[in-house]
Design a protein around this ligand. Structure first.
Ligand code: NPQ
Ligand code: MG
Length: 367
């Protein structure tokens, strides 16, 4: 196909409740959306970067800049593009995986829509619905935390993930374990700990957690290896896993025994499938992470999470976990699961009137 134009939209989505992690408190989701206008039709992609470079080095203004100045012009200049060739066309730019992922997804959506293939079919999904978990932010206190978790259990979520940081770990985990009984429970530290905390983190072993996610900084494999040897709770990497080669390396060295897969973090859904396949070959289970996606990104995540080796519930929550109103038809839990869209491409329709109503600025078009 020929890429005729790349259109960038920017929308501020208010969150239904503030979301606090070790790297700060978010009250709204500042989202960058990409529409690829191609010779075979249009497609959409969502950029998962946050407004500030606190989860990874990417941030939404930076993504907008690198797309506008380098990535989109390269796609528009290419004589012939397929979803499978986008990574090569954009390979001259180092890094910027979230920006590249948004573009590749938009091209993949256009391509799949033109061919009448759903993302689930394209990825090789083996089921029509996925088990859902929910990520719970750091709360003002234990009572507020328990209220929030109680609500999610009532909604049917099959797994609870608690954000932890020094000073907010053992006691909230104990309180939630007491509240939810045998329901699956895991924790995510978003790099908030250091090597000196290994003995302290070993205290989490008594709560029968599914896993502890990314306790140390992303480049530090050795400390994750040391922790994995010191505790019984499985260590799971998120931020550290930036592609399939790093996943293989981290697994073989014993730094991670479960992998969180986020397409944006690894440069796109095609690389996410490769991470899935590497892990499957090594017998390492994976689950689908989340970046507070609108329905556009959520649709693709749900399709990815339907692949065979996604054996743990993902952060694929319903739209209402984050937003009062979504940019697509909402994703609604049924018995703790979300249905994999069956329509061509992502299978969801963008509500363009909302994009216009909530826009932070006029769309930018690169042609
Ligand atoms: C994680 N996500 O697994 C992330 C991190 C995260 C669902 O826990 C705005 C945009 C706020 C993206 C907060 C979940 C965010 C964000 C946290 C991503 O590490
Ligand atoms: Mg995480």
């Amino acid at each position: 196909m020929k890429i005729v134009a790349i259109e960038l939209h920017r929308v501020a989505m208010p969150l239904v409740r503030p979301f606090e992690t070790s790297f700060g408190r978010q009250v709204s989701r500042d989202v960058l959306l990409v529409r690829a206008r191609t010779s075979v039709g249009d497609g959409w992609g969502e950029c998962v970067a946050m407004s500030d470079p606190v989860y990874s080095s990417e941030y939404v203004d930076g993504c907008e800049a690198v797309i506008t100045r380098y990535l989109a012009p390269a796609l528009v200049a290419a004589p012939d593009v397929t979803a499978e060739s986008v990574a090569d066309v954009l390979g001259f730019v180092i890094g910027h995986r979230m920006a590249k992922a948004a573009l590749e997804t938009a091209v993949l959506d256009a391509q799949c829509r033109a061919e009448g293939v759903s993302f689930g079919e394209y990825f090789g999904a083996d089921r029509d619905a996925v088990d859902c978990g929910v990520s719970v932010g750091i709360a003002p206190g234990i009572d507020e935390l328990l209220d929030e978790v109680d609500g999610y259990i009532a909604e049917g979520y099959r797994r609870i993930k608690l954000k932890i940081k020094p000073g907010w770990d053992i006691e909230p985990v104990r309180a939630v374990r007491d509240l939810i009984g045998e329901t699956a429970l895991q924790v995510d530290a978003n790099t908030a700990y250091t090597r000196a905390d290994i003995e302290h983190l070993a205290r989490l072993d008594e709560f029968d957690l599914l896993l502890i996610e990314q306790p140390f900084v992303e480049d530090d494999m050795l400390t994750h290896i040391a922790l994995a040897r010191a505790i019984t709770t499985p260590v799971c990497l998120d931020e550290s896993i930036v592609n399939a080669e790093v996943a293989l390396d981290a697994i073989e060295r014993g730094a991670t025994s479960i992998v969180n897969i986020k397409a944006g973090r690894v440069g796109g859904y095609l690389e996410a499938v490769r991470v899935h396949d590497v892990c499957a070959e090594l017998g390492v289970p994976v689950w689908c992470g989340g970046m507070l996606e609108t329905g556009i990104g959520r649709a693709a995540n749900v399709a990815l999470a339907a692949m065979a080796n996604f054996t743990l519930p993902g952060d694929t929550s319903g739209s209402s976990r984050y937003f009062a109103e979504d940019l697509t038809e909402p994703f609604v839990l049924v018995d703790g699961r979300l249905a994999v869209p069956t329509g061509a491409g992502s299978g969801v329709q963008v509500r363009e009137e909302l994009l216009a109503a909530w826009a932070l600025r006029a769309p930018i078009t690169v042609r």
